[in-house]
Design a protein around this ligand. Structure first.
Ligand SMILES: Cc1cc2nc3c(=O)[nH]c(=O)nc-3n(C[C@H](O)[C@H](O)[C@H](O)COP(=O)(O)OP(=O)(O)OC[C@H]3O[C@@H](n4cnc5c(N)ncnc54)[C@H](O)[C@@H]3O)c2cc1C
Length: 404
């Protein structure tokens, strides 16, 4: 006989979406159990670029990306790659992605993302204060770097969209960029500076603080993977190997692993993963004071506590394939193209962005009812959107209006 635990709300997944939601719900007096087999790993946020990117209103799929997609996928020198073995299974996701990249759809998706991002500055300020982690946040903005004038000119469309959404941004010359980050080599096209952006000095430490704060609110944890969901007459039963959990409400926040669970709840959701990597170089004083993104190469260089992290790129290829040595070499070489004195990386990491074809997270009740809530699909913005996700999840459960 397996043990049956009962709780008011079971949150499946202890990444940033699950923990931030659990923290908020517990703060409102709810009884919460978080289920995750890997509770201390920090989820995908652990290895992320750590940027609180409230400027990132553009979905991944845009008309410009769609135009360049064939060359981006075929070039060896591209931040985007696809594993041939996964081509067939990825085809439906890719078709939806292409459709969402058309001009009207892209505008609508940007609008939905911008609405969520507008809550980010206040949401993060409150969350950091509540979990006692203000010391981990650096408020120094962020730079998009352009190697040539024509690359900068091609970014005109995105800049206009951000202006439309009143995102604070400043267009800087090569000299003005150098004044902000003197150690950078010349980027002749200049940069776009996002003065309101911030970043975490240690995303892993943030996840540790969030978990500790959640625990101190009385949240319980079950180290197990949720294998199956079933609606019963007295709640939702979650099977987790040798244990079962019965809850009035279940929140599915298992990141890129949420698709199967959502299917068991009765919904077909076109969730897949954009695999991303990081490499880290240990050093006492990183040569940057804020995250910079050499836009042609699709990654960030981020100054973190005791190290410089290079994080990003997109590899389409599913959840089970091992890390790609080629992708890691790409990241390492591009980091060294900016700072030639970097040695070999001290560590490397592969993570799984939970990605929807429209870049809009799935935060809603399941079609079968409000007893199962979805909170996944945050793609490139899960860390940034964590407090907004938590607010939306708690509103859904309390049946309050205000869900974006
Ligand atoms: C290279 C890279 C750089 C990034 N940079 C940024 C950035 O700068 N800013 C930003 O906002 N976002 C960034 N992201 C995206 C961000 O990291 C993700 O969107 C975010 O971490 C997703 O959080 P999550 O909690 O939804 O999912 P996850 O962090 O993936 O957490 C899911 C959790 O569910 C658990 N789980 C899985 N299956 C089960 C199961 N069956 N039962 C129970 N638990 C389960 C997992 O163990 C995990 O702990 C980046 C991502 C990558 C890969």
């Amino acid at each position: 006989m397996s043990e049956v635990l009962t709780t008011e709300i079971a949150v499946i997944g202890g990444g940033v979406s699950g923990l931030a939601s659990a923290f908020r719900l517990a703060s409102e007096g709810r009884e919460i159990l978080v289920i995750d087999p890997d509770l201390d790993a920090g989820g995908t946020s652990f290895g992320s670029a750590g940027t609180i990117a409230d400027y990132a209103v553009m979905p991944v799929g845009t008309p410009a990306l769609l135009r360049n997609l064939p060359s981006l996928l075929l070039s060896r020198d591209s931040p985007l790659s696809i594993r041939k073995a996964a081509l067939f299974s990825l085809a439906p996701w890719m078709a939806r992605f292409a459709w969402h990249s058309l001009p009207g759809n892209c505008r609508r998706n940007a609008d939905r993302i911008a609405r969520m991002l507008s809550e980010v500055p206040t949401g993060w300020a409150n969350l950091l204060m509540e979990i006692g982690a203000e010391d981990l946040m650096r408020n120094r903005g962020c730079l998009y770097l352009y190697s040539t004038r024509s690359a900068f000119d091609r970014a005109g469309g995105e800049i206009a969209v951000r202006n439309h959404f009143q995102v604070p941004q400043e267009l800087l010359s090569q000299e003005e960029t150098a004044a902000l980050e003197p150690a950078l080599p010349p980027f002749e096209g200049g940069s776009v500076y996002f003065p309101n952006a911030s970043h975490l000095s240690d995303p892993g430490a943030l996840m540790g603080r969030l978990k500790a704060a959640t625990e101190s609110k009385g949240v319980a944890f079950l180290h197990a993977a949720a294998r199956a969901l079933e609606r019963t007459s007295d709640g939702v039963m979650v099977s987790c190997g040798s244990s079962k959990v019965r809850a009035k409400t279940v929140v599915i926040a298992a990141g890129a692993h949420s698709k199967v669970l959502a299917r068991q709840a009765g919904d077909r959701v076109p969730l897949d993963t954009e695999r991303g990597y990081h490499v880290e170089f240990d050093m006492d004083t990183p040569p940057l004071s804020r995250p910079v993104c050499p836009t042609a190469n699709g990654f960030y260089l981020i100054p973190m506590a005791g190290r410089l992290r290079a994080a990003g790129t997109v590899e389409l290829g599913g959840l089970t394939a091992p890390p790609s040595a080629k992708r890691l070499t790409f990241l390492e070489e591009r980091a060294r193209a900016v700072f030639p004195s970097l040695g070999a990386p001290d560590r490397t990491w592969l993570g799984f962005r939970p990605s929807m074809p429209d870049s809009v997270p799935v935060i809603r009740a399941s079609k079968g009812g409000n007893d199962i809530i979805f909170a996944f699909g945050h793609g490139h913005l899960g860390l940034t959107l964590a407090p907004v996700t938590a607010r939306m999840v708690s509103d859904l459960i309390a049946k309050r209006k205000g869900v974006a």
